[in-house]
Design a protein around this ligand. Structure first.
Ligand code: NAP
Length: 322
């Protein structure tokens, strides 16, 4: 008998065809959590994006061997619970790096030159050349970019910034990366020092217990008054209320956000009323080619786990366990 997997998101037909050679699958989008908990005991694998994989789910997952995320971030995994239940857990690193870095750069440029605000302005029939200064933006070329979280994606952003835009790039991680420093001519800084120097602060860490609200009031207060803050990581890595306050009090000049504390963001959220805030619906990896590559990699990971092989992309916390 083939192993059975539950898929919580509609996948490309190519991916389903591949999966069907190895497993029997059920696609169930928007399955209420209580139904998921009730049904999970029938499955050997779970292929998902946002489902919370925790003890409450895993105690019912009597035959589950592997959970495979179609995303690089895995803050939906309770890693301790996954370890306790000895289940494999994977994600999809690398295949999305360039696509997400493109989006970060689109946000940097659009925020600096107020692209979405001025597009709306022209479409409203306005064209005030007598007061040109009111249309001025901020230079990207030659400015200082501070990247908090210089991992796979952060490095691709740094490459664009240094080679393409002559930017002075500084970064902060828990560990220094000498190789990338030498390769790209970038410099390590402690977080406070990075925030004080940067014209653009780009946040690209995972969401973990340690990074929850990493950037709050104290950190916004350290930033330059003409700086632009960009978050393409996860909404909860920042204190969103502190960001709103920093923007209102003109502690920083603007923000570009692909992610929010709560998604979708509430329609009456103050961020949506601010002209100097660019907002996107969490689309970092959203191109056809990249989303297909992520789905295929997630499918390969789950097949490996269910056919007695070590999946290529076990999350780092489990690398020694299997
Ligand atoms: P990665 O390669 O693991 O890089 C993460 C970086 O963050 C590493 O350099 C890590 O360095 C640093 N970091 C981790 N904890 C930190 C801490 N407490 N303080 C400072 N730095 C810390 O991950 P990635 O593939 O680049 O992806 C990063 C995140 O981007 C994902 O986890 C996901 O949440 C998000 N993402 C969002 C989208 C989107 O659609 N907007 C798309 C893809 C990814 P150290 O370990 O040395 O600290």
């Amino acid at each position: 008998m083939k192993p059975r997997i539950l898929i919580t998101k509609q996948l490309d037909q190519q991916v389903l065809n591949y999966l069907s050679s190895f497993c029997d699958y059920t696609v169930s989008e928007k399955l209420p959590r209580e139904d998921l908990i009730e049904q999970i005991g029938e499955y050997d694998g779970l292929l998902t994006t946002k489902v919370k994989v925790d003890d409450e789910l895993l105690v019912k997952a009597h035959q589950l061997k592997i959970v495979s995320n179609i995303a690089v971030g895995y803050d939906n995994y309770d890693v301790q619970a996954i370890k306790k239940h000895r289940i494999m857990a994977t994600h999809t690193p690398e295949v999305l790096d360039e696509t997400v870095a493109d989006l970060v750069f689109a946000i940097v440029l659009a925020s600096a030159r107020r692209i979405s605000e001025l597009d709306e302005y022209v479409k409203k029939g306005e064209w005030n050349k007598d007061d040109e200064e009111s249309l001025f933006g901020k230079d990207v070329y030659g400015a200082t970019m501070g990247i908090v979280g210089l991992g796979r994606i952060g490095q691709k952003v740094a490459r664009r910034a240094t080679l393409g835009f002559g930017m002075n790039v500084i970064y902060h991680n828990r560990t220094k990366n000498k190789e990338v420093e030498e390769d790209l001519g970038i410099r390590y800084e402690e977080l406070d020092s990075l925030l004080k120097q940067s014209d653009f602060v780009v946040l690209m860490t995972p969401l973990t217990k340690e990074t929850l609200h990493l950037i709050g009031k104290r950190e916004f207060d350290l930033m330059k008054r003409d700086s632009i803050f960009i978050n393409c990581a996860r909404g909860q890595v920042i204190d969103q209320q502190a960001l709103i306050k920093a923007l209102k009090e003109k502690q920083i000049a603007g923000a570009g956000l692909d992610v929010f504390e709560k998604e979708p963001i509430d329609k009456d959220n103050e961020l949506l009323k601010m002209k100097n805030v660019l907002t996107l619906p969490h689309i970092g990896s959203a191109t056809k080619k990249t989303r297909l590559a992520m789905q295929m990699l997630a499918a390969e990971n789950i097949v490996a786990g269910l056919t007695g092989n070590k999946p290529q992309n076990l999350i780092s916390e489990l690398k020694m366990d299997f």
